[in-house]
Design a protein around this ligand. Structure first.
Ligand code: ADP
Length: 269
């Protein structure tokens, strides 16, 4: 089965009136609940490495005091856990920045083909180390689009990294830039970038929740790979800011394609 989801921008603010006031109340409650869940998730994600580190410090002070081998091993683990916390905090800051900018459309423009070639060049050694061959298509000519270059680099770097981390078993990462004559969701022409892997794919039931903060298909595996569960949430907010869409098509056993669709012009609101 091929399943697909699209991630849409936040609904516009609602109007005034008695009925709406009730609606606003439930929206506020939902937002408050989401905020509470988020704080609980962040606390849990930070507490896990902290608890491990405290345990190792205690062991180093006590039973492993004179065991040099154990000391080196524990220090390695503590370094890894501290690195994880560091990454998590950086990504939380990045998410918060992206969210606060979401309603402000980017005013700059960039060369999308050049930007993609840059990300491909950065990721090639990472792919090679994982035994993944990158195939890039459609990015030879310069192509100006409205957008925030740093943020779009973050989007594609994230998607490439995921394709290598989770879809790398297929040994293939395809990146294709193509023009869409008419994108119904944008009521106009658009640019699409397909990021395709031939890895194990994702079960359809996970797709609608994949871009939620801290949602992972396999938490243990994500952690082992150094993941924070925030990558696709950041991607989603950046794409929303660009009034674009993210499409995810995946087939268990065959691989996944993440498609970023960006409107061709800024004119349409
Ligand atoms: P993480 O930090 O865990 O990588 P992301 O938000 O980037 O967080 O991704 C969320 C989850 O989506 C991952 O944990 C993984 O389970 C799944 N995922 C993302 N990309 C792919 C892919 N190309 N193939 C299979 N699973 C993927």
């Amino acid at each position: 089965v091929t399943a697909a989801i699209t991630v849409a921008p936040l609904p516009a603010a609602m109007g005034k009136g008695a009925t709406i006031a009730v609606l606003d109340q439930s929206v506020a409650e939902e937002a408050e609940q989401m905020r509470r869940d988020f704080v609980a998730n962040v606390s849990h994600e930070l507490k896990t490495p902290l608890t491990a580190m405290i345990g190792f410090i205690e062991t180093l002070r006590g039973p492993a005091r004179h065991d040099e081998k154990a000391r080196d091993r524990f220090l390695d683990i503590m370094e890894r856990e501290a690195g994880r916390m560091n990454r998590l905090v950086s990504e939380l800051l990045s998410l918060s920045r992206v969210q606060s900018e979401e309603r402000r459309r980017p005013t700059a423009s960039l060369d999308l083909a050049l930007l993609l070639r840059g990300v491909v060049a950065t990721m090639t050694p990472v792919a090679e180390a994982a035994g993944v061959v990158i195939e890039a298509e459609g990015m030879s000519e310069s192509l100006r689009v409205p957008g925030d270059a740093d943020q779009l680099v973050q989007v594609f770097q994230n998607l490439f990294e995921n394709a290598i981390k989770y879809g790398g078993s297929g040994g293939y990462l395809g990146i294709r830039l193509r023009r869409v004559e008419y994108e119904p969701l944008m009521r106009g022409p658009a640019w699409a970038v397909d990021v395709q892997d031939r890895g194990e794919g994702i079960d359809g039931m996970h797709l609608p929740r994949l871009t939620e903060r801290f949602y992972r298909v396999d938490t243990h595996r994500s952690r082992a790979q150094g993941g924070t569960g925030l990558g696709l949430a950041i991607v989603k907010h950046i794409i929303n800011r660009h009034r674009g869409r993210l499409r995810i098509d995946s087939q268990r056993g065959k691989g996944s394609t993440f498609t970023v669709i960006l409107p061709e012009t800024t004119a349409r609101e």
